[in-house]
Each structure stands twice: as C-alpha cells, then as structure tokens.
Design a protein around this ligand. Sequence first.
Ligand code: HEC
Length: 108
Amino acid sequence: MHSTLKTIAISLVAAASLSISSIVMAVDGATLFKTKTCTACHGQNGDKPIMPLYPKLGGQNAEYLVQQMQDIKSGARSNGMTMVMKGIMGIVTEAEMKTMAQWLASVK
Ligand code: HEC
C-alpha cells in the first residue's frame, strides 16, 4: 500500500516537472521580446525603433545580435547610447538572447 502511494507521488512530481519545462521551452522569441519590454524601444518586431538613434534589430543576423547583447551586458560595448540598453540586459539570460536573436533574424 505504502509503496503504491509512493509510486503515485513520484509519478505526479515527474509529470508536474515535465509540464513546467515544456511551458518554459514554449516561450518563443516574439513573446520574450514583448514581456522583457524590448518593444518599448525597438518596436513591436524590432524593426521600428522609437528614436532614429536606436538600432533596428529585425532582419539582422542572429549571431551578430547575440554578440552585441553579450557585449552590452558585459560592458565590452560601451558608448553614449549603451547605458540606455545595459540595464535591461540584467534580466536577460544567454539562452533568452539566442531565442530572441533567432526570432529577430527571421523578421523581414
Ligand atoms: C530603454 C530602451 C531600450 C530597451 C528597453 C531595450 N533596448 Fe536594445 N538597445 C537600445 C539602445 C539605445 C541600443 C544601442 C546601444 C549602443 O549603441 O550601445 C540598443 C541596442 C541593442 C542591440 C544591438 C543592436 C546592434 O545593431 O548592434 C540589440 C541586439 C538589442 N538592443 C536588443 C534588445 C533586446 C533583446 C531588448 C529586450 C530584452 C532590448 N534591446 C531592450 C535601447 C533599448
């Protein structure tokens, strides 16, 4: 009896963690770009920045975008405009950078 309950409990925990990880994986670049508030400065699809001084991201190469985000986060890229962007990089992981960069590259 006890071991049956234990088995049920273990499979419930396993099922729960499985569904959690699939939810995390289901978050796509477009959604990330919105929920991380990137759209506020770069526009809905990263192609319409709110200021002419802000870069267009849509259609850019994914590898380049990831590299720039890493450089801005680490401080390797630093100019008069970088401070505006640096703060937000604190809430973005490397995996999220890649997901968003891949989606941005696909925006035409
Ligand atoms: C407050 C405005 C603002 C927000 C919010 C913002 N950015 Fe930026 N972003 C900028 C500015 C300004 C630059 C240019 C920085 C520089 O010149 O160093 C930039 C640069 C970039 C670059 C480099 C582009 C290039 O051509 O080199 C990428 C990639 C980028 N942002 C992605 C993002 C992502 C992804 C988010 C959301 C997590 C985001 N940005 C949120 C303002 C913003």
